[in-house]
Design a protein around this ligand. Structure first.
Ligand SMILES: Cc1cc2nc3c(=O)[nH]c(=O)nc-3n(C[C@H](O)[C@H](O)[C@H](O)COP(=O)(O)O)c2cc1C
Ligand code: SF4
Length: 709
């Protein structure tokens, strides 16, 4: 029994279900089913890994109770026909083999049922919808917009709604009941009825979408009637041993006249009376507003829904499940305080399915952290299978354990200690290869160190990987730059180049001035690793940096992030050239430190490398802070106090005291060419192969390990 997490790791009950601990895998749509609603081996192996990892309960991703009607993803699990039974049965069996329980999240997508629109089917709603405005398209790239075309339907008119009659309501209620019966037949322990996130049941609960004047509209009790009828029908169709939970919204963000906590509290009391065994408290953000998705359900603010769970807990006596970026230590405290009874985690269990086992073993530092980059869910937005930037084995569990020990131990030299290099070194060492890792800087992390300065979750990944690398039998050398000769002298079987991109600022007249930094110089100045860049600073700043470097202060990303809120050698009026991932995250960092920032982006898109949902959030935040963002600009020259550029064939200029050039990174094959015919097999991964950031570097590392074997 873990000392620190004894509440989280203690057994618990939800209705008839006995659970080995209080950790719940939150439902997450994966797009891993086949295109006809059947479970695939990929999907089953993904859930099996989470069961093996120690979670007490798995909530299956949102699944279509009335499939194909109400499906929100192209590869969504169906529960409407006997033909789904074999796959569902195997899924439940494989999860049970590892001691976890599993409930099916049953849903009808309602207004979000894009597969109905794609197939030309009309969408049932409590009331006819008013046409809405969406600002989502402002943040999408042209390529991403292409993925949404299908959502306009075969006639291009977009979703067509109809108001449900009593007969439609009865049929849908019956659909949920027979789906629950199928789940029980397949061996599931229960269901979670999805009454949140803007889906059909939530549309009845929400005063915004429900304008009915019959017994299903008006008062809170009437709006809850559809849900209560479903609960009653599910109860009727299943045995006493079958658990019924609901997930609902405590609030609808950015929805005028939407659900508020008071509505939720009435609904949960009615649901408890109707016999549900647990309440899972989430929230919804109007997806017509790009920013809303990071308010709910994928709340960005740590523990953003805890107050909601606490309020629900006071209103009911059945167990309450809290969710929403809750760290295990916070969840532990919440359970101890009686704020909620079970902790559901989504993203953290994508990043590391073994999180529960690691808590149990008392090794929380070994948990691979989620970096809240939103790549997983952004894939679902564009109808792709879910993936995880820090764990590319997620969704590939069916390929088997790639770090199973190799019988053929090789000598491998990894050059470059950024995320790709560290991840490759870690996996190769775990496989039993003899690994050396060389990093030219004093500290591991590469460009992820500056990414960690700008966005704290990235720092956690750097810390996790460097701890893993230090704990393994890896011959680690920091402060060691590689040359052709030193590499060849190692006589390694494999040389893995993870040296990062070649950063050459474009030829902009005036870029050599002292107030202009490129990305490399900025990193060097902030971390005290580049004397030439530091020479550009005035004597006072140089002195302060030298003092900071001598006290080792510049080595800690955390300390530097904190100190830079008080002081850093960057003027108060900055032009950032480049609105890609680096330029946007850097601008976010600068405005948070009181700098007035303008971004000049040469191309038409902003942050195409950022996942849609994170991009939407960063752009929203920058605009809220008054950052001036200009696209389609050609930078003509940098002067002492301004940047001159051309936009729409007109010459313009912006006053500034500092310029940061955040463009000009390219793949780098120079070292690979020097090593040709050197006797080792040479591999390039990460940004030196192709500019692909943390996500691409971690994926490359995985592919490399599969290749080396
Ligand atoms: C990729 C992804 C897919 C999701 N799909 C669902 C879903 O199918 N049903 C649901 O109720 N919530 C869904 N969610 C929300 C999660 O269940 C969870 O409430 C949310 O991620 C907040 O928890 P976390 O901070 O622990 O990730 C999804 C989240 C992610 C990241
Ligand atoms: S893709 Fe990013 S946000 Fe999603 S689970 Fe992985 S690290 Fe977390």
């Amino acid at each position: 029994m873990s000392q620190t997490y004894n509440h989280l790791m203690s057994p618990g009950h939800i209705g008839p279900m006995e659970l080995r601990n209080r950790i719940v895998l939150a439902a997450m749509g994966s797009n891993f089913a086949d295109e006809n609603g059947h479970c695939t081996e990929r999907l089953i192996a993904y859930y099996e890994a989470r069961a093996r990892g120690g979670a007490g309960l798995l909530v299956l991703e949102t699944s279509a109770a009335c499939y194909p009607s109400g499906a929100t993803m192209p590869n969504m699990i169906g529960f409407s026909k006997e033909e789904f039974l074999p796959g569902l049965t195997e899924l439940a069996d494989r999860v049970h083999q590892h001691g976890a329980k599993i409930v099916a999240q049953l849903c009808h997508g309602g207004k979000m049922a894009q597969e109905d629109t794609a197939a030309g089917r009309e969408i049932p709603m409590p009331s006819l919808m008013k046409p809405g405005f969406s600002d989502m398209f402002n943040v999408l790239t042209q390529e991403e917009i292409g993925h949404f075309i299908k959502a306009a339907g075969p006639d291009g008119k977009g979703p067509q709604y109809y108001e449900m009659t009593q007969q439609h309501i009865d049929e849908t209620v019956a659909g949920f009941a027979s789906a629950a019966a199928l789940a029980e037949k397949a061996g599931f322990d229960g269901v979670e009825l999805h009454a949140g996130h803007g889906y059909l049941i939530a549309a009845f609960l929400s005063p915004y979408t429900n304008n009915r004047t019959d017994g299903y509209g008006g008062s809170r009790e009437n709006r809850a009637r559809f849900l209560l009828e479903i609960i009653a029908a599910v109860r009727e169709a299943t045995s006493e041993d079958f658990t019924i939970m609901i997930r609902l919204d405590a609030k609808e963000y950015r929805v005028e006249n939407g659900i508020e906590l008071e509505d939720c509290l009435v609904t949960v009391k009615l649901a408890e009376k109707a016999g549900v065994h647990a309440i899972d408290v989430s929230a919804y953000g109007n997806t017509a507003h790009a920013i809303a998705f990071t308010e709910a359900p994928l709340v960005h603010e740590p523990g953003g829904f805890i107050d909601f769970a606490r309020a629900v807990k006071k209103a009911v006596s059945v167990p309450v499940i809290g969710v929403g970026r809750v760290e295990p230590e916070v969840g532990e405290q919440c359970i101890a305080n009686g704020d909620f009874d079970f902790l559901a985690m989504g993203r953290k269990l994508l990043a590391d399915p073994d999180l529960p086992n690691k808590l149990e073993a008392g090794t929380p530092e070994a948990i691979r952290p989620c970096i809240y980059c939103y790549i997983c869910v952004s894939k679902i937005f564009i109808n792709q299978p879910m993936c995880c930037a820090v764990n590319h084995s997620m969704g590939r569990e069916y390929e088997g354990d790639i770090i199973a020990r190799s019988s053929d131990s090789k000598k491998v030299l990894v050059v470059g200690g950024g995320p790709g290099g560290m991840e490759a070194a870690r996996m190769l060492a775990e496989k039993g290869h003899q690994v050396s890792l060389w990093e030219k800087d004093r500290d591991l992390g590469g460009t992820a160190r500056i990414a960690g300065l700008a966005y704290e979750p990235n720092e956690r990944l750097v810390n996790y990987l460097s701890t893993a690398v230090r704990d393994l039998p890896i011959d680690l050398h920091t402060g060691r730059a590689a040359t052709r000769e030193s590499i060849l002298a190692e006589q390694a079987d494999h040389v893995v180049l993870a040296t990062g991109a070649l950063r050459i600022a474009p030829e902009i007249p005036g870029k050599e001035q002292k107030h202009v930094f490129d990305g490399e110089e900025l990193r060097g100045v902030l971390f005290g690793t580049n004397p030439q860049a530091a020479a550009k600073l005035n004597p006072l700043y140089r002195l302060m940096l030298t003092a900071a470097r001598l006290t080792q202060m510049l080595r800690s990303i955390k300390l530097l992030r904190f100190m830079s809120k008080i002081w850093m050698p960057i003027a108060d009026e900055v032009v950032v050239i480049g609105g890609g991932l680096v330029g946007l995250e850097l601008s976010e960092y600068l405005v948070e430190r009181g700098r007035k920032v303008t971004i000049l982006e040469p191309g038409p898109s902003l942050g195409p490398e950022l996942a849609i949902v994170r991009r939407a959030r960063v752009l929203h935040m920058l605009r809220e802070h008054g950052v001036n963002i200009q696209r389609g600009t050609r930078i003509d020259r940098i002067e002492a106090d301004r940047v001159v550029y051309t936009q729409d064939q007109e010459e313009k200029s912006l006053p500034c005291k500092q310029v940061i050039i955040a463009i000009g990174a390219e793949a780098d094959d120079s070292l690979e060419q020097q090593l040709a015919d050197g006797g080792s097999q040479v591999h390039r991964i990460g940004d030196c192969r192709d500019k692909s950031f943390i996500d691409g570097a971690i994926l490359d590392a995985r592919k490399l390990v599969q290749q080396i074997g």
